[in-house]
Design a protein around this ligand. Structure first.
Ligand code: ZN
Length: 213
């Protein structure tokens, strides 16, 4: 049942322990020093290790349904992880990675009747309300807008975590609100000046400047 995982591990070992560019021996010997902290959804299609083709030691990772960052509360898994990453390591960029076709956002839009899930995702209710005020068409469009609104709300909440607040005030960290469009296979970043998500992947040529619909 777990054959594909074990096969994957064996490949990983071949490249990262025994290959010419193997990184694990030195990372184990000298310790890690990742520059990035990535907050992403649990969705198996939006796994940062996969979509960024990341090498070992590249980033700290935190996952939550919908990549939702709840308002700060002392002692949560995320608060502790950020404290560790920002105060005891040299992380200089936090990426909040949302994605399209997100099951958590769909559950929110459809008001899912599962208390365990709804209790967590309801924190994004404001995002849903804002999305509904901006588009009153089909559920698909509302979900797409909710994905963006929830991502921006997560970033706002993140800025109030004490470790992040301190690092921001000292100019040690920047926060990137990124949206992975799974259907198009593109990466977007929220541009504050323009007030919208702009594509940042560079493989595009003719449509480099197009905006996320
Ligand atoms: Zn998701």
């Amino acid at each position: 049942m777990t054959d594909e995982l074990i096969k994957g591990f064996e490949d990983f070992k071949r490249y990262q322990y025994e290959g010419d560019g193997a990184l694990m021996p030195s990372l184990v010997e000298n310790g890690q020093s990742p520059k990035y902290f990535i907050i992403s959804c649990i969705d198996s299609r939006s796994n940062p290790g996969t979509i960024f083709r990341a090498r070992p030691g590249t980033f700290f990772a935190h996952k939550a349904m919908g990549a939702i960052v709840r308002p700060y509360k002392k002692g949560t898994a995320l608060a502790a992880a950020l404290q560790f990453a920002l105060n005891y390591n040299k992380v200089d960029t936090i990426v909040v990675l949302g994605h399209t076709q997100c099951g958590a956002m769909q559950a929110l839009v459809n008001d899912i009747e599962d208390e365990e899930i709804s209790e967590f995702i309801k924190v994004a209710q404001h995002a849903l309300q804002r999305a509904k005020s901006k588009c009153d068409c089909c559920a698909e469009d509302i979900q797409a807008q909710t994905e963006k609104e929830a991502l921006l709300e997560s970033v706002t909440n993140l800025k109030h975590y004490p470790s992040v607040e301190k690092a921001l005030s000292e100019g040690r960290v920047t926060i990137k609100p990124w949206l992975f469009d799974m259907k198009a296979g593109d990466l977007f970043e929220f541009n504050e000046d323009k007030g919208e998500f702009i594509v940042i992947t560079t493989h595009e040529t003719k449509e480099d400047s197009r905006q996320h619909a």
